[in-house]
Design a binder for this molecule. Structure first.
Ligand code: SAH
Length: 218
């Protein structure tokens, strides 16, 4: 069984990573503090231990990725999270992003379509620290109608369009942060829901995510 250790060396590398993200323009202290607390190297294969604190994405199982730390910080900052808010995350992946949200005091509902990744997270001991995250195996295009409405929605896979059901499941005044585009490049959007299902849309930088795919994968 894998032993998870967070040594002084890891903590030092993590501090440097967080400092570099700050230099790249992330100003929300709560985001930076959360990232300072979470041992990112726990979320990837031990083969990546020495490079886990580089600011880049890494492969995890099922051809998926753990997002680049800067991207995690960027999306989280755009969410303007307040403690105890209900957040729906699409694309659990490694569960790193879910932990950042949980560390900031959110109540997190995270959906993953890959059964293996979902099962892996059920057996991942570190996640026991966050009883405020609930994991679901399902299709993010459907959202989680049973638990709606949400204060915030964060999509961590490349969406070809803004899924209408996710807008429906936002509270009025709620916000969704979602990368929208083709398979190569996506524009980060922040959607704020108005009365009814009308939305206000803001555009931010370009990113490159793995695709948001419809349906579940056993
Ligand atoms: N938030 C993750 C990033 C994972 S990459 C992290 O912190 O590591 C994106 C993830 O979205 C992949 O695991 C992929 O399987 C998942 N995904 C893609 N389409 C999906 C969908 N329709 N519903 C739920 N998850 C989806």
């Amino acid at each position: 069984m894998r032993v998870f250790e967070d040594t002084y060396r890891h903590k030092g590398m993590r501090k440097q990573l967080v400092d570099s993200i700050k230099t790249k323009g992330i100003t929300d202290e709560r985001v930076l503090q959360a990232m300072l607390h979470i041992p990112r190297h726990f979320f990837m294969d031990s083969a990546f231990d020495k490079i886990a604190y580089e600011d880049r994405a890494f492969p995890i199982a099922e051809n998926q990725t753990i997002s680049q730390p800067y991207t995690v910080a960027y999306q989280t900052q755009l969410l303007e999270l307040k403690p105890f808010e209900k957040v729906l995350e699409i694309g659990t992946g490694s569960a790193y992003q879910a932990c950042v949200l949980a560390e900031m005091g959110a109540q997190v509902f995270s959906i993953e379509r890959q059964k293996n990744l979902f099962d892996h997270n059920k057996a991942f001991p570190f996640l026991k620290r966050y009883p405020n995250i609930k994991f679901f195996y399902g299709d993010g295009y459907e959202g989680l109608p049973t638990f709606a409405p949400f204060d915030k929605v964060i999509v961590t896979a490349a969406a070809p369009y803004v899924p209408p059901k996710l807008i429906e499941q936002l509270k009025t005044g709620g916000k969704m942060v979602i990368p929208v585009g083709d398979s190569k490049v996506q524009r980060m959007l922040r959607i704020t829901k108005q009365q009814g299902n009308a939305v206000e849309e803001e555009e931010f930088d370009n990113f490159s995510f793995v695709p948001m795919v419809g349906g579940r994968n056993s």
